[in-house]
Design a protein around this ligand. Structure first.
Ligand code: SAH
Length: 265
């Protein structure tokens, strides 16, 4: 309910804040003389970068306190990861002003980076911890993989579009994420060479859960995936495998994801 329904409102608020962002800069440029601006332009760069970093961090903090906690994200490892991962580094430059709004954003190839509250919820549901082995299907920008890795888990992630896989691999390396391995391929078959996994996160929707993924879940492991007709809303489903290998699943809430595709692109 909350998750998809909130998208429109968030878009509205992002438009409002974009306007005020523009006004701030216009106001700033009016005051100083051209000479002062020219003199400041080179010397001020590192300071400006620092200010930007501050602004991004403050925006991330607001996202956590105003959106994630009120919507039920309470796991401390998940909240710490959401406070740490720079989502603005995972979106195209023209989407950066919206990076800390609680909305999905386009990342090319008709794909999207998921809404932050959904990333946080999926992370919280699988409870990643240091040393855990986590598989993600649907690397996209690499953001969800970074959030999982930030908790200290070791992450293997598969992306079906070569260009997205390569971009994410480069981005994650540049940002210093060492515990993530990105593979270009069809995640429907999982990653048998690295199985079993303590947690599996599927970030694209399908009618049913690929059997290989359930097989590759370790005893005591948890899998989360959007299940349902990809043309409509899906249901976020949590699958738990007990110590004896028995599997139980339950629906968490309605969500809307891009479809799980077949065949490598
Ligand atoms: N987790 C991503 C967003 C996921 S969007 C992030 O944090 O940015 C879903 C992604 O799954 C898309 O990038 C899409 O190309 C990919 N995908 C779809 N079907 C797939 C499949 N069968 N195997 C691997 N990746 C797939």
């Amino acid at each position: 309910m909350g998750v998809t329904g909130s998208v429109e409102r968030s878009l509205l608020s992002s438009l409002t804040s974009l306007t005020s962002f523009g006004m701030t800069w216009a106001g700033f440029a009016k005051g100083p003389t051209l000479l002062a601006l020219l003199l400041a332009s080179t010397a001020a760069l590192p300071a400006q970068a620092q200010t930007d970093e501050h602004r991004w961090r403050a925006a991330r903090e607001r996202l956590v306190t105003d959106r994630l906690i009120p919507q039920g994200i309470s796991d401390s490892a998940t909240l710490a990861a959401m406070r740490a991962v720079p989502r603005h580094e995972f979106v195209p430059p023209d989407q950066r002003p919206y990076a800390y709004h609680d909305t999905p954003l386009p990342i090319g190839h008709d794909q999207t980076i998921s809404q932050p509250v959904v990333v946080a919820l999926m992370t919280q549901l699988v409870r990643p911890r240091p040393g855990m082995r986590v598989l993600e299907v649907g690397t996209g920008s690499g953001y969800q993989a970074a959030v999982l890795a930030e908790t200290g888990a070791r992450v293997w992630t598969i992306e079906i579009f070569r260009a997205l896989a390569e971009e994410a691999r480069g981005r994650l390396a540049r940002l210093g994420y060492r515990g993530i391995t990105v593979r270009h391929g069809d995640g429907y078959a999982g990653w048998p060479e690295e199985a079993p996994f303590d947690a599996i996160v599927v970030t694209a929707g399908a009618d049913s859960i690929p059997p290989a993924l359930i097989e590759q879940l370790a005893p005591g492991g948890r899998l989360v995936m959007p299940v349902g007709d990809p043309r409509f809303d899906q249901e976020l489903v949590l699958v738990e495998k007990d110590a004896g290998g028995r599997v139980a699943s339950r629906r968490i809430l309605p969500v809307r994801f891009v479809p799980l595709l077949r065949g490598v692109r």
